[in-house]
Design a protein around this ligand. Sequence first.
Ligand SMILES: Cc1cc2nc3c(=O)[nH]c(=O)nc-3n(C[C@H](O)[C@H](O)[C@H](O)COP(=O)(O)OP(=O)(O)OC[C@H]3O[C@@H](n4cnc5c(N)ncnc54)[C@H](O)[C@@H]3O)c2cc1C
Length: 604
Amino acid sequence: MATVFPTDQVIVVGGGLAGVSACNTVIENGGKTVLIDKSSFCGGNSTKATSGINGAATRTQKEKGIDDSTDLFTKDTLKGGAKKPEIVKVLCENSGRDVEWLMDAFNLDLSLVARLGGHSAPRTHRGKERFPGMTITYALIQMVEKVAEMTDKARIITKARATKLLTGSEGSVVGLVYEKGGIEFQEHGPVILCTGGFGADFTANSLLSKYRPDLMHLPTTNGEHCTGDGIKMGEAIGAKSIDLEWVQVHPTGLVKPDDADAKIKFLAAEALRGVGGLILDKEGNRFANELGRRDYVTGEMWKSKPPFRLVLNKAASDEIIWHCKHYTGRGVMKYYESGEALAKDMGVALATLEQSHELHYQAAKKTEKDPDGGSFPAYPSGKSWDEASGKTGSGKKFYHNIIPGSAVKTQPFYVAIITPVIHYCMGGLEINEEGGVMGSSGVIKGLYCAGEVAGGVHGNNRLGGNSLLDCVVFGRVTGVAATKYILGDDMKKVDLKELTKGGLSGEVKASKYSGGSYEDNMNKTAGDAKAKAADAKVEVKWPLAPSTHEGIPGSPYLLVAGGRSDQPSRRACFEDNLGAIMFGVLAACGVFAFVSINYLTPQP
Ligand SMILES: Cc1cc2nc3c(=O)[nH]c(=O)nc-3n(C[C@H](O)[C@H](O)[C@H](O)COP(=O)(O)OP(=O)(O)OC[C@H]3O[C@@H](n4cnc5c(N)ncnc54)[C@H](O)[C@@H]3O)c2cc1C
């Protein structure tokens, strides 16, 4: 049974992958949606994702003969750091079907899979070209955009910063206030917060400075929109947060030699280690399991000698050549014609590089012969033959594209200098299995969240590829839950392709709302300044809302005249003038009392 509201729309805040997954799902279930994003373009950090999205038991895996299951994936995710089995169950059990939803509903190519750190099977999906976060997110944005152009089922409002949640009589969320071009507006309906994390807020009163002041000096991979807005808006109405102190520091931020101190850094895709990239210290030695957890690899880096290098031999780089060429073009990776040239540039003996590779090769060969043997504890489980990582207690178990030491001298390499970077906020607003936001006495009605703003999904460490997945899974779960909240039994299946008369055809490189490359705007470029200048000139074309609202009896919602709610929220209304009116009444009372006492009371 639906809760009866004078609204048939779900408000989604944030147009990253979580937000656009939610929007598309609302539409697919017969609801309407309005997407609000504070940036000039939608996409957020989701467009930066470089390795891919996890899925267990997918078509792609089956075609490649990869044996995987949602059970194994669940175990890996719990071992990787997650603490809430009921939430992990939702994440992992939906993974295969949701990855296939991306392929089927949006014509996306997710035909390659890699094994990232902490995964017992190759299950991180990407396409053959371009970064997967960008291709996936752009496609989903463009679908919402098409629906908005062709129907009344969707609206997208950019350069619009949500500032406050509106609550009804029982504390349920009934809408929000946003600011656009210096003017306040309101939207009404249940809200799905998809505002991302807070890993780029280095201001003095940021969540980062409150919960992790020790990380404030580090660079970040996050876009400047990551300021924890959703968490702050939720907390302001009594939502509970969880795990805010768990901020993931990723081991492979890419150092640009001619701009080594840049605060915002590119990330070396985790898949570079998945295809066989090795991490070497200043002296050319391995010191960790490249496929260990991110917090572990970072921890080992803190104990070792920088600069650290991520080194890909020919077979490894061939497997991920689009990425290598892209990074090289951006000046954050370098191509060496031979191992000899690499050793020279590093200032180490060629023999050292040969030995590092040979020891790794031998460990791999021994693992091939005797997978359960070895004298070191392995990660995620079992025994390892690899001494370099075994000594750390997290021995290497999986090997790919290995070469013997003798091949190093003449082999070409792609190499990057890497450093630890702030990357991902595991903490956020606490959610239940439906993505409903928890308050002090249970779930807050009408409020959901998905993506990085949601806390408690990954515990104290997130495995690579699990964030894009949580955006899609919880974007969909919340999309369904919020639509059900307003429509109840009136929910109905809508085919996106039919609705848009054919859906998306071909690769989506950009669109009106998903433009540009984030990399062009890193570290304050001209593009940013241009966007800000455009912000200053927002024109309001629609009529202003009436000066008073007509509250609907028994409902927490406000009726907005004209049916459109993307209007300035209101002009000064009765409540705004209440203070002045009360002052006037009190003053009149004072004058009346003075006159009564002095002139009207009979004198003794
Ligand atoms: C460099 C990099 C590489 C990554 N690679 C991978 C990977 O390969 N696989 C993986 O699984 N994960 C990866 N991640 C993590 C993953 O990309 C993000 O965690 C995830 O995409 C976050 O998605 P989101 O939708 O929650 O938020 P975002 O994509 O960050 O979107 C948030 C949106 O909300 C908007 N917003 C914020 N506040 C407001 C407000 N007050 N009002 C209106 N709008 C607002 C922002 O403008 C933004 O558009 C990577 C992250 C980075 C930074």
